[in-house]
Design a protein around this ligand. Structure first.
Ligand code: CU
Length: 316
């Protein structure tokens, strides 16, 4: 029981603050995307617009290689847009995937754990981003040829966390075979055309490993070197908050809002499969944030954050 209470608290933390911030931010919706990535000649740009439940793309096919997705949302709700980009593996179909997803969001930890194992087996996901209205973000990934799908679960995350089973609409993106090896040169590098930037590793111990200080406006590369899917969601917290305090809060099983939570926009990288990397570019208010993963543990079904996958960082 305590687990469930803590799960709800964890989800409340991610959904707690943003309503007011999202509303006040919508005023400068259009001026926010600086398009700073100074793309390499060989990267392809795709504009992605979510409304909380559907994804619209500026193009339906791209060549293999580096693709930069500029993502924004029209959803003023606290969930904004939470857009995933994935391809199906093995015998998985979209229906299989929907079933996996329903398991992942089950309130029964055993079923949630199964959902994570199924998603690890059935899909390879590379972001995209979790954004709120007024705070677009970009995700740079390397894509190999194949059929990909996008979905937006933003509306699924209400003020009280996820509600029921998700029933996402899918948007297809085809990645075509290019005639050169354009994709191979950039995957090992954190160079994105505008400079070097920090890397955060998502490890097999279900931890975030990397620098404590990150840019408030800039890029972070996430590398999943673990064996499970993860997400990396930033939520604002009070200055001076420690990971010890966050863990103590989760361990307490408290239903009260986290005492360290702050009002402000959240953002982050959506689902990243094991072995994948993605670079997230953003322009957010400076301050202290906690980076957290809410994927259900593949064994216990508990959200990784409660098991310790949180990291306090300062955006400057
Ligand atoms: Cu995780």
């Amino acid at each position: 029981m305590r687990r469930l209470v803590s799960t709800l608290a964890a989800l409340a933390l991610v959904a707690a603050a943003p309503v007011a911030a999202a509303a006040s931010a919508s005023a400068h919706d259009s001026g926010h995307d600086s398009g700073h990535d100074g793309d390499h000649a060989r990267s392809t740009t795709v504009w992605v617009r979510g409304d909380g439940s559907h994804v619209r793309l500026s193009r339906w096919h791209v060549d293999e290689g580096t693709v930069v997705f500029h993502e924004s949302t029209s959803n003023t709700g606290p969930g904004g847009s939470q857009i995933s980009l994935f391809r199906l593996l093995g015998k998985a179909t979209l229906n299989t995937f929907k079933a996996d997803l329903a398991h992942e969001f089950s309130s029964n930890p055993k079923i949630a754990a199964m959902g994570t194992r199924e998603l690890n087996r059935d899909v390879r996901a590379t972001g995209l981003a979790d954004v709120q209205k007024g705070y677009p973000a970009s995700v740079r990934v390397n894509l190999r040829p194949g059929t990909y799908y996008l979905m937006d679960l933003g509306s699924f995350f209400g003020p009280m966390g996820p509600s029921g089973a998700p029933n996402p609409a899918f948007t297809k993106l085809v990645v075509r075979d290019g005639d050169d090896d354009g994709w191979s040169w950039s995957d090992g590098s954190a160079w994105d055309g505008s400079g070097w930037h920090p890397t955060i590793w998502l490890t097999a111990a279900d931890r975030f490993v990397g620098p404590r200080r990150l840019p408030a406006k800039g890029s972070v590369t996430f590398r999943n070197i673990g064996d499970s899917i993860h997400v990396a969601q930033f939520s604002p917290v009070k200055k001076g908050t420690t990971d010890k305090q966050i863990q103590a809060y989760y361990d307490s099983g408290s239903m009260a809002p986290p005492p360290f939570a702050l009002n402000g926009p959240t953002f982050g990288l959506d689902v990243l499969s094991a072995g994948r990397s993605a670079t997230l570019s953003y322009d957010m208010p400076p301050g202290t944030y906690v980076l957290q993963c809410f994927v259900a543990d593949a064994v216990t079904g508990m959200p990784h954050a409660i098991m310790g996958m949180h990291k306090v960082v300062v955006l400057k």
